[in-house]
Design a protein around this ligand. Structure first.
Ligand code: PEP
Length: 250
């Protein structure tokens, strides 16, 4: 099984148009991967959830029917006076399947390793899944500190029965920059993560995120140990996202 995740961030996406673009592309291809070959997840704002989930339910396209909906963040708290935050209880009540946690854009705004762990803990309490993001910045990469940095992120998260549902390796210098990480860099991160998982007996798909597009997806997905991708900019257009999905196969 491969995985392809759309992260819409705080962009306005016309869901009617997105669905049409996606379905048209899928219908135009004879050998679009089946739903048991690629799992598609869209991480949206809760505001868009009802419209998108209705579309999924009513669509006549079998691939579109199987899209899972996640959010992009969750509160680290259970409930209480936390203005503007959304708890895992609310996510569960609405019907969302899980959330991204640890995205670098939230880490830049104050999410520490411990906060990311607490967010994972809250999701777990509600039986929801997580997409756990890790990745180094350019300074860490250039100072050869990538391995200890990634290991610290993994160690702080994987404790007390909490582990990633899906792990996304997203080097910060490759997100939204149009400059994807080179295969060597991705492969070295995969090897660090796989060793860690093996030691901890964790079985979790590893995804890459950072400027993935229809032009580089085949190269990225061919890297050994990579089970899928997390896509930001190129997921805002239903056709682009479907083209990327069409190039991913088990
Ligand atoms: C992301 O949002 O996690 C991401 C990888 O974005 P982009 O594909 O635009 O680099």
């Amino acid at each position: 099984m491969k995985y392809l995740i759309a992260n819409w961030k705080m962009n306005s996406v016309d869901i009617n148009v997105w669905e049409q673009e996606f379905v048209n592309l899928v219908s135009s291809q004879n050998n679009f991967p089946k739903s048991d070959e690629v799992r598609l997840i869209v991480c949206l704002n809760l505001y868009d959830y009802t419209v998108f989930s209705e579309k999924i339910k009513n669509s006549k396209n079998e691939i579109f029917n199987k899209i899972s909906l996640f959010t992009q963040d969750v509160s680290q708290y259970d409930e209480g006076a936390f203005t503007g935050q959304i708890s895992s209880k609310f996510l569960k009540k609405v019907g969302v399947e899980g959330s991204i946690i640890g995205h670098s854009e939230l880490r830049e705004n104050g999410d520490t390793e411990n906060i990311v762990f607490e967010k994972g803990f809250r999701l777990n309490e509600q039986g929801l899944s997580n997409i756990f993001c890790i990745g180094e910045n350019l300074e860490i990469l250039e100072n050869n500190k990538k391995k200890p940095f990634l290991l610290n992120q993994l160690q702080t998260f994987c404790k007390d029965n909490i582990s990633p549902g899906l792990l996304a390796y997203e080097p910060i210098w490759a997100i939204g920059t149009g400059k994807e990480a080179d295969s060597e860099n991705i492969a070295s991160a995969v090897s660090i993560i796989l060793d860690f998982f093996e030691n901890k007996k964790i079985d979790c798909p590893i995804l890459y995120g950072g400027s993935v597009s229809k032009s580089n997806i085949e190269e990225i997905i061919s890297i050994s140990g990579i089970d899928g991708c997390l896509v930001g900019n190129s997921s805002l257009d239903g056709e682009q996202f479907a083209i990327i999905a069409s190039k991913i196969k088990s």
